[in-house]
Design a protein around this ligand. Structure first.
Ligand code: M6R
Length: 605
C-alpha cells in the first residue's frame, strides 16, 4: 500500500525523502513523488515506476528544500503515471495520501461545479482542493484541514504541505496508520515506524480520526472532535539495521532465513520451557468459548487453516476459518460464545480489520495474532497475541507465516490442556516438540541445493499443482500462492485426495506436481496419489523426509526435509516450499521483493 513521509527538517530533505521512500518500497508501489518548500513555493518531482526514476527526476531538477513530503503510490483511482503520482496539488496545497476517498466522485463534481479544475484522475486531488478552498476562504491551515476531513468518507493517512507556511507539515489518519517522529529540532510524520525509524526512535502513534501539525519544535495533535490531545511517545525498536538485507540478495531470501529466530522469539511469548507449559500471553481461558472464528486474508488465511487442523485435533475446539473479505459482507451466523481471531502480519489489512470490527460490534470476544504490535488490529482486538517475527519487508509473507503457525500451535497445546484433552505430562511432551521447531527450521534451510536442482522444472511450467493431506493441504495452498506471487506462474493447491475429483484432468508431462508429504499417518494415501499423477506422465516433486524418500517412486524428484513430529511439520515443511518459490522467482528474473500489482499491506478493499 502507499507509503508516506513528511519532514520538517533543518537540513536538506530530498535525500532523506528518497531514502525513506526506498524503505517504504516493501509496501508495493507503481509511482512515487516528493514535494518541498523552495523559496516560499512548493515544488514537486514525480515519476512513474521505481524510485530510481524519481531520483533521476531529482537529479535533473534538484529540490533544495528542508521541509517536504514524499509518497510511494499503489494505484487505486487512476492509472500509474507521473500525473497521478502524489503529491497532488491544488492552489497552495500539496497532499500525499494512503487510502481511498470513497465519496471522491461526488466531491469532485461539487468542486468542479464551483469552478475547480482537476489535473489528475486520483481521488486524492479532491482533498487538496477542499483544503485549498478553506484557505481561500480565510481559514488557518489546521482549520482548513479539519473542515476538509469532515467532508471525507473512506480511509486515509495524509501528509500536507501549504504554500506560505514554510515550516509546517500537516497529517491526518483514519483507516490508514500514521506515526509522528520526534527529532532534535526536526519533526517527522510517516506511514509506520520504519519510515521514521532511522531519524528518531521517539514515536507517537496517531489514533483514528487524529490530525496533526508538525513544525520544528512540536507536534500539535487533535482528535476527531477537534480537541487538542497528547499521544504517548514510545521508544521504538524499529532500527534501520532491522530492515537491511545484509548479505542476502533479496529480503525474501533474508526473511526465509530469519525464520528460526522469528519462531524462537515468537514462542518465547507463549511457551515456558522450564515448566513445559503453553499459555496465551496474559492468559486466556479456552474453556470459556465454544468455537473460534478465524478471519484473515492471503497467507494469514492459510496459517489459520493450519491452526484449524491443530486446534480441532488437539483441543477438540471447533474452528471456522474464513477469508475476511467474504465474512465481512455475508451476515455470518456466529454464536455468542465464539472467540473471533484475526490473523494478520500488518494488522492493517482492510478486510480483516473490518471483519474484526464486525465481530466486536456484535459483542464477540476478539483476539488478534499480529506482527505489527502497534497496528489497528493489535490495538482494537480484545487480546493481542503477538508474532515476534520483526519487520517483514518482502511483499511475500514468509517469516510472518511461520510465526503465525507457531502461535497457533502453542495455542492448540494450551487449549488442549485447559479443556482437559491432554494432561500435564502430555503438555510437557508437546511443548518440548514445539521447542524443537527453531532448530528444525534452521536444518530445513539446508535443502536449498536440493530445491535449486528441481526449480528449473517448475520455472519452465505454465501451471503447477501443489498437493497435500491434513495440515499439508493448506500448506500446499500457501506454497502455490508463494509461487504465483513471485514467479507469475499459475499454481493451485489441492487436497491430494480431491485430485481425482477434477484437477487430475490437468495432469500432463508439462504440469509439475509438487507433493508435500512427510512420512506421517497419511503418507501411504499420498503415495497412491503420486502414482495417479505419474501414470498420467505428470512430473512429481516430492517434498518429504528421509523415511518418505526411502519409499518414494524412483521417478519422483526429491527434496528431503528434516524428519519431525507431525505437530511441527507445517513449520518445517513451509521452508522448502518458500525456497522453491524464491529460486523460481530468481531464475525467472522476477522482481522478487516487490512483485507486480502486489502491495504489502492491503489497506483498501
Ligand atoms: O498483513 P496481512 O497478513 O493481513 O496480509 C494478508 C495478505 O495480504 C498477505 O498475506 C498476502 O497474501 C501476502 N502477499 C502473501 O505472501
Amino acid at each position: 500500500m502507499c507509503g508516506i513521509i513528511g519532514i520538517v527538517g533543518v537540513e536538506p530533505v530530498s535525500g532523506r525523502l528518497i531514502e525513506t521512500l526506498r524503505r517504504l518500497e516493501y509496501r508495493g508501489y507503481d509511482s512515487a513523488g516528493v514535494a518541498g518548500v523552495v523559496g516560499g513555493h512548493v515544488e514537486r518531482r514525480r515519476a512513474k515506476g521505481k524510485i530510481r526514476e524519481l531520483e533521476a527526476a531529482l537529479a535533473a531538477q534538484p529540490l533544495d528544500a528542508t521541509v517536504g513530503i514524499g509518497h510511494t503510490r499503489w494505484a487505486t483511482h487512476g492509472a500509474p503515471s507521473a500525473g497521478n503520482a502524489h503529491p497532488q496539488t491544488a492552489g497552495r496545497v500539496s497532499v500525499a495520501h494512503n487510502g481511498i476517498i470513497e465519496n471522491f466522485a461526488a466531491l469532485k463534481a461539487e468542486l468542479q461545479g464551483r469552478g475547480r479544475v482537476f489535473q489528475s484522475d486520483t481521488d486524492t486531488e479532491v482533498v487538496a482542493h477542499l483544503i485549498d478552498e478553506g484557505l481561500a476562504a480565510g481559514q488557518e491551515p489546521m482549520a482548513a484541514l479539519k473542515a476538509a476531513l469532515d467532508r471525507l468518507t473512506g480511509a486515509y493517512a495524509l501528509a500536507v504541505l501549504v504554500e506560505g507556511h514554510d515550516d509546517l507539515v500537516m497529517g491526518a489518519r483514519r483507516g490508514s496508520p500514521l506515526v509522528v517522529g520526534y527529532g532534535e529540532g526536526e519533526m517527522f510524520i510517516g506511514s509506520d515506524a520504519l519510515a521514521v525509524g532511522p531519524f528518531t526512535k521517539r514515536i507517537a502513534y496517531l489514533e483514528e480520526g487524529d490530525h496533526v501539525a508538525i513544525d520544528h519544535g512540536e507536534a500539535r495533535i487533535f482528535d476527531a472532535a477537534g480537541a487538542r490531545v497528547e499521544r504517548p511517545i514510545q521508544l521504538v525498536a524499529a532500527s534501520a539495521a532491522l530492515v537491511e538485507k545484509g548479505n542476502y540478495r533479496h529480503f525474501m531470501e533474508k526473511e526465509i532465513h530469519d525464520q528460526p529466530d522469528a519462531c524462537q522469539h515468537t514462542l518465547a511469548s507463549y511457551v515456558d520451557p522450564i515448566a513445559g507449559r503453553a499459555e496465551a500471553p496474559g492468559g486466556f481461558d479456552f474453556q470459556a468459548v465454544d468455537r473460534l472464528q478465524i478471519l484473515a486474508c492471503g497467507t494469514a488465511y492459510y496459517a489459520g487453516l493450519i491452526g484449524k487442523y491443530l486446534i480441532e485435533s488437539l483441543a477438540g475446539l471447533p474452528v471456522d476459518v474464513e477469508v475476511a473479505s467474504e465474512f465481512r459482507y455475508r451476515e455470518a451466523a456466529v454464536s455468542p460464545d465464539t472467540l473471533a481471531v484475526a490473523i494478520s502480519q500488518s494488522g492493517e489489512t482492510a478486510d480483516t480489520l473490518a471483519a474484526l470490527r464486525w465481530c466486536k460490534e456484535r459483542g464477540l470476544a476478539t483476539a488478534a495474532v499480529v506482527n505489527a504490535h502497534e497496528s489497528s488490529m493489535a490495538r482494537e482486538a480484545g487480546v493481542l497475541w503477538p508474532t515476534n517475527a520483526g519487520p517483514e519487508i518482502c511483499v511475500l509473507s514468509t517469516k510472518a507465516f511461520t510465526a503465525q503457525v507457531s502461535v497457533l500451535t502453542a495455542l492448540a497445546i494450551a487449549a488442549a490442556r485447559q479443556r482437559g484433552r491432554i494432561d500435564e505430562a502430555e503438555e510437557r511432551r508437546r511443548v518440548a516438540i514445539l521447542l524443537e521447531a527453531p532448530r528444525l527450521l534452521a536444518q530445513a534451510l539446508a535443502v536449498e541445493d536440493q530445491v535449486r536442482a528441481v526449480s528449473h522444472l517448475v520455472a519452465r511450467a505454465r501451471d503447477v499443482l501443489y498437493l497435500g493431506r491434513g495440515a499439508m493441504f493448506p500448506l500446499a495452498m500457501e506454497g502455490a500462492l508463494k509461487l504465483k506471487e513471485v514467479s507469475y506462474i499459475h499454481a493451485e493447491g489441492y487436497a491430494a485426495g480431491e485430485m481425482k475429483h477434477g484437477p487430475i484432468a490437468l495432469i500432463d508431462e508439462a504440469t509439475p506436481v509438487v507433493v508435500v508429504a512427510p512420512s506421517d499417518a497419511l503418507f501411504e494415501k499420498t503415495l497412491s496419489n503420486i502414482s495417479e499423477v505419474m501414470a498420467r506422465e505428470g512430473p512429481v516433486i516430492l517434498i518429504t523426509d528421509e523415511a518418505g524418500a526411502a519409499r518414494a517412486p524412483p521417478e519422483a524428484k526429491l527434496v528431503v526435509a528434516p524428519a519431525c513430529d507431525p505437530l511441527i511439520a507445517p513449520l518445517v515443511f513451509a521452508v522448502p516450499l518458500q525456497l522453491l518459490a524464491y529460486q523460481v522467482g530468481v531464475f525467472k528474473g522476477a522482481d522478487v521483493d516487490q512483485p507486480r500489482n502486489l502491495a504489502k499491506s492491503v489497506t483498501v478493499e
